[in-house]
Design a protein around this ligand. Structure first.
Ligand code: ACO
Length: 321
């Protein structure tokens, strides 16, 4: 088959719910400020025993179930994460074994909050070229481990979770083309170092450091136009779209994108950040799963996905669910 399609989606959220009242025991803030600036009411953090690996496995298994496939059907596993404890081996190699592939190709990608869309683009190309038949793409983060709970410019924002998609062959075109790029000139906008003595001696920190205003400007300006380019690259008119699923960075960023895009009322917009927080690479597949489960989305819907984050990097595509 010359085309690729998302055959199944899955997600896994950690069990611990951290509301804004609890958040305000860590930082000097208020429920009202956090809701007004971000839309977040509560977020999910890992509890004892939950890890980026356990969440990835659960999301991957759910996506395989949804696709009606098993691990043995996979010949590729791609994981996007910045939360894996090891530099090597990749989390993807571990997942490929534990999910029961027969030695599938496996690699991690580092594209922060854009990682799921980067992974989808990779999977689409691999399937379309014939290099792979079924590729599992996972976006997974445990940013609660990487956030400085005393940093009132980031602590309220970030969270944990995993989402996954199985990409496989299709007779009809159902994904892309991807619109992507980077702006390393803004590399300092969101950073997190390895906790190596050399890095720490240079003044780096192993918690996330963010220039919130720089990210906000970029996301509401440049990324809003990138979302528009995703539609034209796919030859899709706004009124043909069913779902808009931007990375769940912040509801105010989503609002600003909507003002730019002028999407019709009929388009359903993802807002899962409200109850999950910003779980980075996981946010888009987690939102898609929630929207399918609630009936807001259905198989066959046309969805505009756009991921953006540290790098700065971005990737987006229109997909048929
Ligand atoms: N609680 C209460 N008040 C706060 C807090 C807090 N946690 N943090 C800052 N403030 C106060 C400041 O002291 C300041 O008060 P002042 O006006 O009296 O001096 C005021 O709020 C504004 O502070 P700013 O730092 O300018 O806050 P800003 O309005 O920029 O909001 C925020 C911060 C929400 C992070 C915003 O910059 C933002 O949304 N940025 C986008 C970042 C984002 O969404 N990143 C997503 C993660 S990266 C990614 O996923 C791509």
């Amino acid at each position: 088959a010359p085309h690729a399609r998302i055959l199944g989606l899955g997600s896994a959220l950690p069990s611990r719910v951290v509301d804004n009242a609890e958040m305000c025991t860590y930082i000097d803030s208020s429920d009202e400020w956090i809701q007004q600036r971000t839309g977040i009411v509560e977020r999910r953090w890992v509890a004892e025993g939950e890890t980026v690996e356990s969440l990835s496995l659960a999301a991957g298994r759910a996506a395989l179930d949804h696709a009606g496939l098993t691990g043995a059907d996979l010949d590729g596993v791609i994981v996007s994460t910045v939360s894996h404890m090891l530099q090597t081996p990749s989390l993807a190699a571990v997942i490929a074994a534990k999910i029961g592939t027969d030695g599938a190709a496996a690699f991690d990608i580092a594209a922060a909050c854009a990682g799921f869309c980067y992974g989808l683009a990779q999977a689409e190309s691999l399937v379309r070229s014939g290099a792979a038949t079924h590729v599992l793409v996972i976006g997974a983060e445990t940013l609660s481990n990487l956030t400085d709970l005393k940093d009132r410019s980031t602590a309220f924002l970030f969270s944990d979770g995993a989402g996954a998609a199985v990409v496989g062959p299709s007779d009809e075109p159902a994904m892309g083309p991807v619109v992507w790029g980077s702006d390393g000139g803004q590399a300092d906008a969101i950073t997190m170092s390895n906790p190596w003595p050399e890095a720490l001696a240079l003044g780096e920190t192993s918690s996330i450091v963010m220039d919130g205003r720089a990210v906000f400007r970029w996301a509401t300006g440049f990324i809003a136009t990138a979302a528009e380019r995703c539609l034209s690259a796919a030859g899709v008119r706004p009124d043909e779209l069913d779902l808009f699923v931007p990375h769940q960075a912040n509801n105010r960023i989503t609002d600003a994108m909507l003002r730019h895009l002028h999407l019709p009322e009929s388009v359903t917009v993802a807002r899962t950040i409200t109850h999950y927080g910003n779980n980075s690479a996981a946010s888009i597949p987690v939102a898609l799963c929630d929207m399918l489960a609630s009936g807001e989305a259905k198989s066959g819907d046309l969805a505009l996905l756009i991921g953006f984050g540290a790098g700065l990097v971005y990737a987006g595509q229109v997909v048929r669910l």
